[in-house]
Write a protein that binds this ligand. Sequence first.
Ligand code: IPM
Ligand code: MG
Length: 364
Amino acid sequence: MYKIALLSGDGIGPEITAEAKKVLEAAGKVFDIKFEFTPALIGGCAYEKYSKPLPDETIKIARSSDAVLLGAVGDWKYDTLAPELRPERALLGIRKELNLYANLRPVVIFDELISSSALKPEIIRGTDIVIVRELTGDVYFGTPKGIEVRVDENGNGVRYGYNNMIYSENEIERIAHVAFKTARSRRKKLCSVDKANVLDVSRLWREIMIDISKQYPDVELSHMYVDNAAMQLIANPLQFDTIVTGNIFGDILSDEASMISGSLGLLPSASMSDDGSVALYEPIHGSAPDLKGLNVANPIATILSAAMMMKYSFKNNEAYDLIFNAVKSVLKDGYRTKDIFKDGDKLVSTSEMGDVICDAVLNF
Ligand code: IPM
Ligand code: MG
């Protein structure tokens, strides 16, 4: 039996995690695995109840679980809260608390959805990339940071806002190992994305990537500046196998890469620490407050995140394949949520999409 902390969060979070839970349970039937789900609050809903977005109880539940399934956090109504009370802070908080420094964001294009992408079919067909994003460092967590008044030469107070883009060599080394191992299990090409032509932190990043590459002679390492990478990703995504990059560059590039696949609602992610520690699985998209409660959100990114849980936390590649292929087959059968719907498709709601995927899992 596996214990899963269910952190549904805000907005569409509860709807999409409910579908992922259903699909996990269906896969559980096939593989004779039992799951015990323990719900816990995170984000705005936690703030409502405990006046903080990441209650200790939630961390405790996450720590004592075998894996964490997270929906999404955030709502416009919290935009005016102090930074430390905002829902997004909970996401950063739990990543830090569980030391989830390695975030894997696979970008694959389902043939069935090629026409949903804004990009030309011949450019994107066959795209299969994993973005390895460092998740607990960089400008997200660096200090000093803040907004403060400084007095200029004329004696006037001027407000400054600042963050610190900082990485220690240890932080770069450990993400490098994850990235090289990921590339090794794939097509053995690793592209490290940085801004080493301008930033010192990137110079260190690149130096260490080169150092660590000596331990992985079978993996071909290349480097790309982040601005160029942003362009290359949509100009020629097929050139990429595994990408490794820092927290903020990875955040931006993964949203960009989701447009290759046609919708932000399709991309899953796994956030991991050292072997044997609890990992967290969540879609890369946000809480979409405008879609909340409408039963229209696309649950596929969360369902595929659950599939990644089967693979990475429970070492069950068969269950991963089963869920992945079930998603593929329902897309082939023409089922589409609103975000990927085109004339002639079968329009389904969030829960109907979950249902047809469950059916496919059970009847494969
Ligand atoms: C993501 C999100 C988060 C991030 C936000 C919501 C804090 O954009 O997971 O990509 O920036 O990491
Ligand atoms: Mg993001």
